[in-house]
Ligand binder design. Structure first.
Ligand code: ZN
Length: 162
């Protein structure tokens, strides 16, 4: 059985003013700030999409997602994720590990809802979606409250294709 791991990372800074809902890991969270970006700026789904791209070789976040945003007004990062998932072929995601670094908002109360949404989007069971969060003792811009960073590792297995 062929097993591969994919790695993705992303970061966004907070907008000076709140201009759109705050979306993280595919869910809306009640928070008085929002992240900057053309899309909904869901840094977790962008990192997850990048992890999938590292398996497929088809990069979605960047020029392609900007094009979807500009030409079709698609700002929902779940759509970008779906594009990358559609390129997986006979690879199947069997585990997703997510690490979030920020000072605020407090992530832990939202982890279960985030896991559920990511499970829905990817078809990976909730028990195989792991999410941790840290403020990193304020050593980085993320830990200081200026933005959010996410790392995602996915494990995929190759199903014998017909
Ligand atoms: Zn991003």
């Amino acid at each position: 059985m062929v097993i591969k791991t994919g790695l993705g990372q992303d970061s966004h800074k907070f907008d000076v003013r709140k201009e759109k809902p705050f979306v993280l890991g595919g869910i809306e969270i009640n928070f008085d700030r929002s992240l900057s970006g053309n899309s909904d700026a869901d840094v977790v789904l962008h990192a997850l999409t990048n992890a999938v791209s590292s398996i497929t070789g088809k990069n979605i976040i960047g020029a392609y997602s900007d094009k979807l945003c500009r030409e079709q007004s698609i700002t929902d990062s779940a759509v970008y994720l779906e594009h990358s998932l559609s390129e997986l072929g006979n690879y199947q995601i069997i585990h997703i590990a997510i690490s979030i670094e920020c000072k605020e908002p407090l992530i832990s109360p939202h982890i279960e809802r985030m896991k559920k949404r990511i499970s829905e989007l990817t078809g990976v069971p909730i028990s195989d979606v792991g999410i941790t969060a840290t403020s990193g003792e304020g050593l980085t811009e993320f830990g200081k409250g200026n933005g959010i960073q996410a790392f995602v590792i996915i494990t995929v297995k190759q199903n014998s294709g017909k």
